[in-house]
Design a protein around this ligand. Structure first.
Ligand code: NCD
Length: 310
């Protein structure tokens, strides 16, 4: 297995820190975890993962925990959603320097951009970014790629729409960077107020074809993947602005009549009202499979970083 040693003790801060070859390798190891996920393993027996969550989470925290338990490891940490908004650098630095005495790896979610990188600078153990403000969510991007690969058998050659809150949604930032390693056409659909940040577009458009739209119908008929996101209400500096854009797009069966039969609809969840519940039971819906895939991808990452996969 080529290159596995390169993952040992590695931080996962931004998906941009990984080459296509490395991402493909993580996806390959994730596939190998499919057979372990049912029966469990003791690959990480004796290892401890610390989860430091300064922001709410359901899937990310619980799937990291599940992944660790499936591999025989242990979990400590906190899921405190109510942390002071007045964050002082020392607080996080000290927390990290304390926790590294207890654990082998840290999984951190924080409302501030740059928090994961900051923590990694202090920690002597690897840090995985489980969401840093509106900036990035690299492990979500990996499970998103894994879901596309599983559903479509490939990533290259696909026509992909990222839709919704492209400004504040961290999953779409990481996913756009991740997809720029592949030969895809990327269509960004959002209200004007929630366009993808120019610096992200600049970074990726040299590598792949990117187009921006406010009207989904311009690109839906030819799409292979429709990735929908929630409007990130909690990140709006002005709730008046949120009121202007909430409910901008709703994917329902009527809208999907215009799509290819084999389109897949993805969403990092939680959903609010962007995808009608009537879509859930159709073959388009892949969002609950994403949740399941999150476990094997996180098993792969933990096993690679903690040196259990040779
Ligand atoms: C996302 C997040 O926290 O960024 N959730 C997740 O991790 N699956 C998406 C969101 O909150 O909208």
């Amino acid at each position: 297995m080529k290159g596995s040693h390169e993952f040992v003790n590695r931080d996962v801060i931004s998906i941009r820190g990984f080459t296509r070859e490395e991402i493909d390798y993580i996806l390959e190891v994730s596939r190998s975890m499919e057979s372990i996920v049912e029966r469990g393993s003791d690959m990480l027996r004796g290892k401890i993962m610390a989860e430091l969550f300064f922001e709410p989470s359901t899937r990310t925290r619980l799937s990291f925990q599940t992944a660790m338990y499936k591999l025989g490891g242990n979990v400590i940490g906190f899921a405190e959603p109510k942390v002071s908004s007045v964050w002082k650098g020392e607080t996080l630095a000290d927390t990290v320097r304390v926790v590294e005495n207890y654990a082998d790896i840290i999984v951190l979610r924080h409302p501030l951009e740059g928090a994961a990188r900051f923590a990694a600078e202090y920690a002597h153990i690897p840090v995985i970014n489980a969401g840093s403000g509106a900036e990035e969510h690299p492990t979500q991007a990996l499970l998103d790629l894994y879901t596309i690969l599983k559903a479509k058998g490939r990533i290259d050659g696909l026509n992909i729409i990222l839709m919704g809150d492209l400004r504040y949604g961290r999953t779409v930032h990481s996913l756009a960077y991740a997809l720029s390693n592949y030969d895809v056409s990327l269509h960004l659909v959002s209200p004007a107020l929630l366009r993808m940040r120019p610096e992200v577009i600049e970074d990726i458009e040299g590598q792949i074809e990117v187009s921006e739209h406010t009207d989904l119908m311009e690109v839906l008929p030819d799409a292979d993947v429709l990735y929908v996101t929630r409007i990130q209400k909690e990140r709006f500096p002005d709730l008046g602005e949120y009121e202007k854009v909430k409910g901008s797009y709703v994917i329902d069966l009527e809208v999907l009549k215009k799509a290819k039969d084999d389109l897949i609809v993805m969403h990092p969840l939680p959903r609010v009202d962007e995808i009608a519940v009537e879509v859930d039971s159709t073959p388009f819906a892949k969002y609950f499979e994403q949740v399941r895939n999150g476990v094997v991808v996180r098993m792969a990452l933990l096993a690679l970083i903690l040196g259990a996969v040779k």
